[in-house]
Design a protein. Structure first.
Length: 256
């Protein structure tokens, strides 16, 4: 997992576990119980003005919502929850620059990644954020996958504290013995860090330190951390806060 980082996710998500080696309107579905700070109706407009050179791998959003929608490589975006007013159709692998008119939270279309914040869902559609706070809709069908934040984190290849371009954790988030701000702090080894998430509880994620990450010949290179983390002998285990005030505090790795 020491491959080159393609782009550092300034808010939180990274493509690979490389680190330190390079620069880097129907009613809402009643099953949705979580409360989110949804944008106001005034943001629901159909004119999109995102400039391509402003798009990053991770883009600002007004809320973290209830989870994320992972659309297929070709997908449709609608202005209404009944899916009668299509805004646009997208092909992530298109090279004509058309994808830059819509900003998702995590954006790397040439890798098949345009992951949208979901703020609610109806019987027919997912209500999502585009371009920070605009409300649009994606079809609620099998090829559009919904994941809670818990699932998204736990199914990753690993996480670390949010870092700067110099690979320094920023802010200096502390590893805690228990999931609260007043719990005893634990000392993290002074090496390139990688943690395996094993449990999410509210704003906190329980992690185990990846003892193999700094090995030159990592025998588990490219494997999800869940498949080998138990092979670490007495790994440092604690809790990291993964979000605060609707901001992510961790980098999440989607690929080896």
């Amino acid at each position: 997992m020491k491959q080159t980082i393609l782009i550092l996710l300034t808010s939180t998500l990274l493509l690979s576990c490389g680190q330190g080696k390079s620069n880097r309107s129907d009613s809402l579905d009643t099953t949705v119980k979580q409360t989110v700070n949804t944008p106001t109706a005034t943001t629901e407009v159909s004119t999109l003005t995102v400039q391509e050179n402003n798009l990053q791998y991770s883009n600002d959003v007004s809320t973290l919502g209830i989870g994320l929608i992972i659309p297929p490589s070709q997908f449709d975006v609608f202005n209404d929850s009944l899916l009668t007013d299509k805004l646009t159709s997208k092909d992530m692998y298109s090279e004509d620059g058309s994808n830059s008119t819509i900003s998702s939270l995590f954006y790397k279309p040439d890798y098949g990644i345009m992951h949208f914040i979901c703020v609610a869902q109806t019987a027919k559609a997912y209500k999502v954020l585009v371009n920070n706070s605009q409300l649009k809709y994606l079809p609620k069908i099998n090829s559009y996958e919904f994941k809670t934040w818990d699932q998204y984190i736990l199914e990753s290849f690993g996480i670390r504290r949010l870092t700067s371009y110099t690979d320094e954790p920023t802010p200096k988030l502390l590893l805690r013995q228990d999931p609260n701000d007043n719990a005893k702090t634990l000392t993290i080894p002074n090496e390139l860090e990688m943690f395996c998430p094993i449990e999410v509880k509210g704003d906190w994620v329980k992690v185990k330190y990846d003892c193999f990450y700094n090995e030159d010949n990592n025998p588990h290179e490219g494997m999800p951390c869940q498949t080998y983390i138990d092979k670490c002998k007495n790994p440092l285990t604690g809790w990291l806060k993964w979000r605060q005030d609707n901001k992510l505090l961790i980098d999440i790795f989607l690929m080896p």
